[in-house]
Design a protein around this ligand. Structure first.
Ligand SMILES: Cc1ncc(COP(=O)(O)O)c(C=O)c1O
Length: 385
């Protein structure tokens, strides 16, 4: 019996085990020196002044929207994204305005976005779907013209570029995820990046119950007395990253570029394999983007049947994502999104992770090809009958 082929897999090794053990041995597992080192290294990698380590990208999005002061204001976003990306708008008291996507990239449709700007629009949240950049130049131009804050949902985009610049560094705030399936993972975790000192300072307080002096700064060796004295000026949250997670993050950064290279190689393999299969359309690759290739999405008629076919062949697949504007909590904000509503029925993410072997990828391709041939056979029979 062949082993089941997983959709995603974390790429861990001895370095991650050692990082965890060393942190446990240090007896400081909450936020401390590992988190500070991870923030410094991540800021340098993305090319920004500040990186603030958090326990998820959801926390980064929420605090980013709080800093953008969206309460009672409209926030433009796509619907074909992870639900916490749009829930964060509600959490921050904003009103989501759903925009359609480009059918071939699933990134936000800038023209639809422009049509939906009103005097009460305050911010834009753009998801770099699958790690491929949204077209940031026109988005930033619109934002400048209308005084909007741009928040990049870069949850999929560790290592992705737009015209040579790191995703997450182009807007006012970038939000990265280190959740279990992501290009680099700390189990769960996130990072907010920004060049804005005031935002970084506020988020550093908000992530730790609003406290002005974090625990490490108060209790590290050599600190002055009365370390229990601090101030709280604003209600905050419990959103910090732990040093256990940060130690994993530092070890994962060592592998990121190499792993992303393997992801790109596998993605190119899918494109080549389906070049002569018009029924199977991988998402388009834009010239301005170097994708981090978080997921491999194909568009296909009979998506649900293909999912069942792959499952029977021992291959995992999934749909990213159920359109958020169709969910109950977003009913007050729902609207018609013709492209999203058509395309989401056709999309399927197929296995893509750095540990996927060429042999496994050939099995995935063969299973998809056999599905297409079977579907062709049955439609020929239907016509003949
Ligand atoms: C597009 C997108 N945004 C945001 C998130 C939230 O990330 P996290 O799980 O780190 O909160 C995810 C995660 O899974 C995602 O796919």
């Amino acid at each position: 019996m062949e082993e089941r082929i997983r959709l995603f897999r974390p790429a861990f090794g001895e370095a991650e085990k050692k990082a965890l053990c060393d942190t446990i041995d240090s007896m400081w597992v909450g936020r401390g020196p590992q988190s500070i080192a991870f923030e410094e290294r991540f800021a340098e990698y993305v090319g920004v002044k500040h990186a603030v380590a958090l326990n998820s990208a959801t926390a980064a999005l929420h605090l980013g929207l709080v800093c953008a002061e969206v309460e009672g204001q409209e926030v433009l976003t796509s619907s074909l994204t992870w639900v916490s990306s749009t829930e964060s708008i509600l959490l921050a008291g904003g009103r989501p305005v759903f925009c359609d996507v480009e059918a071939d990239t699933l990134n936000i449709d800038v023209e639809d976005m422009e049509r939906k700007i009103t005097p009460t629009t305050r911010a834009i949240v753009v998801t770099h779907y699958g790690g491929q950049a949204c077209d940031m130049d026109p988005i930033l131009e619109l934002a400048r013209a209308h005084g909007l804050t741009v928040i990049e949902d870069a949850a999929h985009a560790c290592g992705g570029l737009y015209k040579g610049k790191s995703l997450g560094s182009l807007g006012d705030i970038g939000c990265f995820s280190f959740q279990a399936t992501k290009n680099m993972t700390t189990g769960d975790g996130g990072m907010m990046v920004t060049n804005d000192e005031a935002i970084a300072t506020r988020v550093r307080k908000l992530r730790w119950c609003g406290i002005t002096k974090p625990t490490w700064e108060r209790f590290r060796p050599g600190q002055i007395n009365r370390s229990w004295v601090y101030e709280v000026e604003e209600v905050g949250y419990k959103y910090e990253m732990t040093d256990l997670a940060a130690a994993l993050g530092l070890a994962q950064m060592d592998r990121l570029e190499q792993n992303n290279e393997r992801r790109r190689e596998l993605m190119a393999g899918y494109r080549e394999a389906f070049a002569d299969v018009p029924e199977v359309q991988p998402l388009a690759a834009r010239d301005y983007a170097l994708s981090s290739c978080y997921n491999a999405v194909i568009r296909v008629e009979g998506r649900d049947e293909l999912y069942a076919h792959l499952d029977a062949d021992g291959i995992d697949s999934n749909v990213h994502f159920y359109p958020n504007h169709l969910l109950k909590i977003f009913r007050p904000y729902t609207t018609r999104l013709p492209v999203t509503e058509e395309v989401w029925e056709q999309i399927l993410s197929v296995p893509l992770h750095p540990l996927l072997t060429d042999v496994e990828q050939r099995r995935v391709v063969a299973s998809i090809r056999s599905f297409v041939q079977g579907a062709q056979g049955s439609s020929t029979q239907a016509v003949a009958g």
